[in-house]
Design a protein around this ligand. Structure first.
Ligand code: G
Ligand code: G
Ligand code: MN
Ligand code: NA
Length: 254
């Protein structure tokens, strides 16, 4: 059995799970939202990471039904947290450019939002900076329509794709997610520190929100607070967790 066939069957059977990584406020560490990250459990219980199957799903077009499943499951889960724990978390969902090229994405999103009764402002659609730069026209049309609905748009892995300042001003973006390769070296590389500070200042000046990714230490957190970064994500706060463990954190049972 090859991976392609197995992946096709897994999509048909909905044999995936989502893990959720908290996104926190810099000042008090409070959880304001989560990023949904798909995992594929194998029969032996081991998880196959998306890095291994997302590229194949993109090549085969299976990313379209898989992405729709991810979106619906993530919205169902935040609605459940709202009704059981009373927390209105935002939820960030990763979209591949292959999904954005499908003209129907804005309709798929609005149907999913109404089905699960989640207000559009709570959904953050993440697209990587490099995908945006490659597929600019399709991206623009799709994300203009998503933003008209009230969905927020985040540029993921920001800093790795070298968007120009002019593009940032024109593109339909609400949030920059500063790539973890910068955060990793901010304490040891004065260049990475300078780039990080400049990116945060620029985002603040353009009225964009910023999430620093890959925060692993208290020292990194302190430097990012000093650089006026409003939101953070990373192993220092929490690794990606199964939904039940997020519920425990929300209800104080951890
Ligand atoms: O969680 P992990 O570090 O294994 O994720 C690896 C990569 O897979 C990340 O770049 C992440 O953005 C991507 N990824 C995770 N879940 C999804 C998903 O549901 N859809 C898409 N397109 N990418 C995802
Ligand atoms: O590309 P994207 O930002 O969607 O990737 C998310 C991935 O980053 C997840 O698979 C997650 O496991 C990983 N990740 C999240 N926080 C950290 C961190 O603090 N350090 C490292 N090395 N990886 C992280
Ligand atoms: Mn992401
Ligand atoms: Na990223």
């Amino acid at each position: 059995l090859n991976l392609d066939t197995e992946l096709r069957r897994a999509v048909e059977e909905g044999a995936f799970v989502l893990h959720y990584q908290p996104i926190v406020r810099s000042d008090d560490g409070g959880m304001i939202g989560v990023e949904a990250l798909v995992r594929w459990p194998r029969e032996d219980g081991e998880m196959i990471s998306p890095g291994e199957f997302i590229p194949l799903a993109e090549e085969t077009g299976l990313i379209v039904p898989l992405g729709e499943w991810v979106l619906n499951e993530a919205l169902r889960q935040v609605n459940e947290w709202e009704t059981t724990v009373g927390e209105s978390l935002s939820v960030s969902v990763n979209f591949s450019m292959v999904q954005c090229r499908q003209g129907g994405l804005p309709t798929v999103v609005s149907r999913a939002l109404s089905r699960h009764q989640v207000s559009p402002q709570r959904l953050v659609a993440e697209v990587t900076e490099s995908d945006v730069l490659i597929g600019q026209q399709q991206y623009q049309a799709t994300f203009d329509r998503l933003r008209e609905q009230g969905v927020r748009v985040a540029m993921d892995d920001f800093g790795t794709g070298s968007s120009s300042l002019g593009q940032l001003k024109r593109l339909p973006v609400d949030v920059l997610k500063l790539d973890r390769s910068f955060v990793r070296d901010i304490l040891t590389s004065s260049q990475d520190e300078a780039i990080t500070r400049a990116a945060i200042s620029m985002a603040n000046a353009l009225g964009l929100s910023v999430v620093a990714e890959g925060v692993e230490t208290e020292a990194q957190r302190q430097l990012l607070i000093d650089a006026t970064c409003p939101f953070m994500q990373g192993f220092f706060f929490s690794r990606p967790l199964p939904a039940a463990e997020i519920s425990d954190i929300l209800t104080g049972n951890q």
